[in-house]
Design a protein around this ligand. Sequence first.
Ligand code: ZN
Length: 111
Amino acid sequence: MGKRKKSSRKPAAPRAKDPLDSTFTCLFCHHDKSVTVRIDRKEGVASLACKICDQRYQSKVNHLTEAVDIYSEWIDAAESAQKDDAPRRPAASSSRPQPTRAASAYDSDDD
Ligand SMILES: [Zn+2]
């Protein structure tokens, strides 16, 4: 009785492998999954390209950078590049979800 299993520490369970490449919707041609972000951590660079309209973007990465970071950088860069019109910034960072207003009947479809 009292035979304890010797479990020192659980080995970090390997999560489902994330593919290195990620695809996103293109800002310019609006094709779904046409934008590929490729991160080369060895070189410390990421490149983004749309296979439909051939938009390209490159950025530096660190060990924390993820494909979606490159994608949002690209959006920022694209938007600041085209500020001839009224600057329409989406809520700066997506890290803080905005509480939806209580008015649920208010279905504002803005497009
Ligand atoms: Zn495109």
